[in-house]
Design a protein around this ligand. Structure first.
Ligand SMILES: Cc1cc2nc3c(=O)[nH]c(=O)nc-3n(C[C@H](O)[C@H](O)[C@H](O)COP(=O)(O)OP(=O)(O)OC[C@H]3O[C@@H](n4cnc5c(N)ncnc54)[C@H](O)[C@@H]3O)c2cc1C
Length: 429
């Protein structure tokens, strides 16, 4: 029997690990609770109608179809039995166990509301395809419902969009919603001008794009404001309800009336991390990430790798590149061990830089000492995303949708379901 490798999660970490094992003498089992690999960095474009969900979320089964040593199972891993070396999997109520010789845990992270999970009902996050489609329904639904609203003040609350959190996701979302209202929807409504929509970006810290060098932070803020986004820094959200948000700044309480709120602040690692760490007494940080050994293994369990957003190591950030490289590192370590080389090699991260788009033709990019802004940065962003987008079909479809959205005025993916709009109207009365 070949060495059995189980991989939990087919995100950036898990999928890269699986692919890196394609020539190894192993049987790989990938377990994910969804059927797709999600390219999270482009999720905001699904929410704002630029891309379709299929463009950014190919079926895992399709991606691994030609990898003969890999199988894909749909299910949620609810426990890991480290002693028996088995995963406990739940698939729509059916329990099963999967035995492994090596395990790679790459279950990623979810949205964190910093102890205020009740905010989620009114301010959905942006982590999954379900989230992006929910937000698409809310964003385009808000414009539809504004068209029906006779009273100006009520209409304004439909036309106010608040994004909480000015990290890359919040900045990209705010920029896209502003561009949607000012460009893409220009001639679509009769009772109001979509360009009057307010887009407000609220951030508890004193800057936008905190992980970026300071000049790029300033540039991003400047570009957002030129687009018409109101940037409110040092502002803490203290309450969220159907009609808006309560905020506080310098001890002064305030209120923003807005029907559409989006939460893009904070991440919490999968609870699977704490579950595994608890069994061996490993440390878990406040964000739920497991402290691993320098080779990404769980203390006392060299056969278990914890990688990507779930791993805490040397202050590495929760970004796609860390997940991909740590996934490949785990795979290489397993393959080496099978060749008899049992020396543990530390994971060395190669920082390939960070980037964020603000609108079409505007982005910020930081690669080593190189800093790019404006069109040059945007073209770099476009190229990198085309190269990294999983699957040729997806690249082709994304390029076609981008051509329509960026060169023309349209948004091809504006479909929202009947259930979405009417459920919302009913919920709000
Ligand atoms: C909106 C958004 C934008 C981003 N933009 C960027 C960007 O521009 N650049 C960048 O570098 N990074 C970006 N990131 C971060 C990047 O996407 C993550 O760092 C990366 O996805 C982490 O990879 P991962 O494999 O650890 O986890 P993920 O990619 O999150 O994958 C986890 C997988 O595990 C599955 N899973 C979770 N729990 C279970 C379970 N119990 N059982 C079975 N399956 C499970 C999930 O379904 C998922 O498929 C962004 C993230 C988000 C949310």
């Amino acid at each position: 029997m070949s060495h059995r490798v189980a991989i939990v999660g087919a995100g950036f970490g898990g999928l890269f690990a699986a692919r890196a094992l394609r020539r190894a003498p192993v049987d790989v089992t990938v377990v994910d609770r969804t059927n797709h690999h999600l390219f999270q960095p482009l999720l905001y474009q699904v929410a704002t109608g630029v891309l379709s969900e299929g463009d950014v979320a190919p079926a895992i089964r399709d991606v691994l179809r030609n990898q003969r040593n890999a199988r894909v199972l749909l299910g949620e891993v609810i426990d890991v039995d480290l002693q028996a070396r088995e995963l406990v999997v739940d698939t729509v109520g059916e329990r099963s166990r999967i035995a492994y010789d090596s395990l790679i845990v790459a279950a990623g992270a979810a949205q964190s509301y910093f102890g205020h999970d009740e905010f989620a009902v009114h301010a959905p996050g942006m982590k999954t395809i379900d989230d992006a489609l929910e937000l698409r329904g809310r964003i385009f639904g808000a414009f539809e419902l504004a068209e029906l609203e006779a009273e100006a003040k009520r209409r304004d609350t439909w036309l106010t969009f608040v994004v909480v959190g000015a990290g890359p996701t919040g900045v990209e979302l705010a920029g896209q919603i502003a561009e949607l209202s000012r460009r893409a929807l220009k001639r679509d409504y009769r009772t109001f001008d979509p360009a009057d929509a307010r887009v407000i970006l609220v951030e508890a810290a004193g800057k936008v794009l905190a992980p970026f060098p300071e000049p790029l932070q300033h540039r991003a803020r400047h570009d957002l404001e030129r687009l018409g986004v109101e940037v409110r820094l040092d502002t803490l959200v203290t309450g969220v309800d159907e009609e808006g948000l309560d905020v506080t700044r310098d001890g002064v309480d305030g209120r923003i009336d807005a029907r559409t709120k989006i939460w893009a602040a904070g991440v919490q690692a999968s609870p699977l991390g704490a579950m595994i760490a608890g069994q061996v007494g490993a440390t878990v940080d406040r964000a739920g990430r497991v402290s691993v050994r320098p080779d990404c293994t769980l203390p006392g369990h060299p056969e278990v790798f914890v990688i990507g957003d779930l791993m805490r190591l040397d202050g590495l950030p929760g970004v796609a590149e860390v997940a991909m490289q740590s996934g490949a590192h785990a795979a290489r370590t397993i393959a080496r061990r099978l060749r008899g080389d049992t020396r543990g090699r530390p994971f060395r991260y190669r920082d390939l830089g960070t980037m964020a788009t603000i609108s079409r033709f505007r982005a910020v990019v930081s690669i080593g000492r190189v800093r790019l802004t404006g069109l040059a940065a945007w073209l770099t962003w476009l190229l990198v995303h085309l190269v990294f987008l999983t699957g040729f079909k997806n690249r082709f479809a994304a390029a076609a949708n981008w051509a329509v959205a960026f060169l023309g005025h349209g948004r091809r993916q504006r479909t929202i379901t009947e259930r979405q709009v009417f459920a919302r109207k009913k919920e709000l009365g």
